[in-house]
Design a protein around this ligand. Structure first.
Ligand code: 4AD
Ligand code: MG
Length: 431
């Protein structure tokens, strides 16, 4: 019945009579004219109903439409310079599907708990819709970058027998008679895949049973994890900055309208181009002391530290060479200074925090086994992972980009809860 994607491609329909399967977003009327704000999922258009030019039946149908009522609306598309989209529809016919009563989300302000409880409906708002369109563009640009730079997409498992990123935040489940955990990161499997395929990347959900209730933490989030054989720490950073630049520039190119809808300051995104600044952990500590922070060498940075460091730059900044003691067991120590590792966190500007964590990996089987012991990890369960170093070990590196934090930054949102259709957070599993 309805033409597909009419509103998105409205410029191709000027002068035509079209039928749009739509929801009523809003309505205004002034005596002999009704203005219907219609939404078809691809965009918005104003339908104009003129009392003198439609049947009484069509006029009354228009009058009966309430917010979020659904209908097939037929009319002629016209150019209209005064409308925000540049187009309008002169309505000739309306076929009502459902008159909605008491739609809970009205144009007035609602509290965040109310909106989160109605997330399934909140998604229909223009801002939430724009965020999801940008998220999809970010995903497309991510895949495009890797698919056109010699990487193969590989899917690691979701149910795993062991931890990849520490044992304190694992989601436990039974796997018949055995214990299993929801994956925290596909990295270890991607290392195995890199030895088979050279350059690989994964794109999947990851889970952290973290009891943190911050604006940067989700319990379920999506991670992109590239892993590359014969790539060292330096090259790892170069690939990351190229990658992040590509994603930001793609959004700027393809999502102008959506960025405008959410009110994003585009000038802040325009100069996100490689290379990105780099500082070492040592330099960061020195800077923080200078800023009056009381943080000893060897302690991990929290959100206020990251924000203070990021404020110095208008691009993402790499913090490299963290102390070995606060980083993951698999990171390769700096050969010149084994108390630090060849790693980097990429901190987004404007206070959005860490969007990437990555490192060169330990390639020496003996050192890796030592690390398992230091971290109290059961070596037997990781035999397969040790095999990677036993049979043709090579220098290799990789990283993980958190999708939702990246969406929050690019969209300029103050909480990750709006970056994913149905967020899983501490105390929130509904809807
Ligand atoms: O720094 P993380 O923990 O690194 C890893 O998992 C590595 N195994 C990645 C790798 O080298 N293959 O997580 C990577 C990124 C973080 O920088 C952050 O952007 C995101 O994942 N992230 C979260 N995003 C939302 N909610 C959480 N609870 C997150 N934890 C990490
Ligand atoms: Mg990290």
């Amino acid at each position: 019945m309805a033409t597909k994607s009419v509103i998105r491609n409205v410029n191709q329909h000027v002068g035509e009579t079209v039928t749009i399967g739509s929801w009523l977003n809003n309505k205004r009327s002034s005596g002999k004219i009704q203005f219907l704000q219609l939404r078809d999922g691809t965009g918005y258009i104003q339908g104009v109903v003129l009392k003198n030019e439609v049947s009484e039946d069509v006029w009354n149908k228009a009058k009966s439409l309430t917010q979020e009522s659904s209908a097939y609306v037929t009319g002629v598309i016209r150019e209209e310079p005064r409308s925000p989209s540049g187009y309008e529809m002169t309505v000739t016919d309306i076929e009502i599907i459902q008159i909605t009563e008491n739609y809970p989300i009205t144009p007035k302000e609602h509290g965040i708990d109310f909106l989160m409880d109605h997330r399934h409906l909140w998604l229909r708002s223009s801002k939430q819709r724009a965020i999801l369109v940008i998220r999809a563009e970010i995903i497309r640009a991510i895949q495009q970058f890797f698919d056109t730079n010699g990487f193969t997409l590989v899917d690691p498992p979701i149910l795993t027998p062991t931890a990849a990123e520490g044992t304190t935040n694992l989601f436990h489940t039974k796997y018949f008679e055995e214990d299993a955990y929801l994956t925290q990161s596909g990295q270890l499997y991607m290392e195995a895949a890199a030895m088979a395929l050279g350059r690989v990347y994964s794109f999947g959900p990851t889970f952290r049973a973290e009891k943190s209730k911050t604006r940067r933490h989700l319990i379920e989030f999506w991670m992109i994890e590239p892993e590359m054989a014969f790539v060292d720490h330096e090259e790892n950073l170069r690939i990351q900055e190229q990658f992040v630049s590509h994603v930001v520039q793609s959004v700027l190119k393809n999502c102008r309208q959506e960025l405008e809808t959410i009110g994003r300051d585009i000038s802040k995104l325009e100069n996100i181009k490689a290379p990105f600044p780099r500082i070492t952990y040592d330099e960061a500590i020195e800077f923080l002391h200078f800023q009056g922070f009381d943080i000893p060498w060897g302690e991990d940075f929290g959100a206020p530290h990251e924000t203070a460091i990021a404020e110095k730059y208008d691009k993402p900044v790499f913090i490299t060479h963290y102390p070995t003691g606060i980083k993951s067991f698999y990171m390769k120590p700096d050969p010149n200074r084994p108390e630090v590792v060849l790693c980097a966190d990429l901190i987004a500007p404007e206070g959005y925090g860490e969007i990437i964590g990555g490192s060169q990996r330990i390639d020496d089987p003996e050192l890796l086994e030592e690390r398992f012991k230091e971290h109290n990890l059961p070596v037997e369960a990781y035999q397969w992972y040790l095999d990677i170093r036993k049979y043709g070990t090579v220098p290799h590196s990789g990283f993980g980009l958190g999708l939702e934090r990246t969406v929050a930054w690019i969209c300029g949102l103050d909480h990750v809860r709006e970056t994913i259709p149905f967020p899983r957070m501490l105390y929130r599993l509904y809807p």
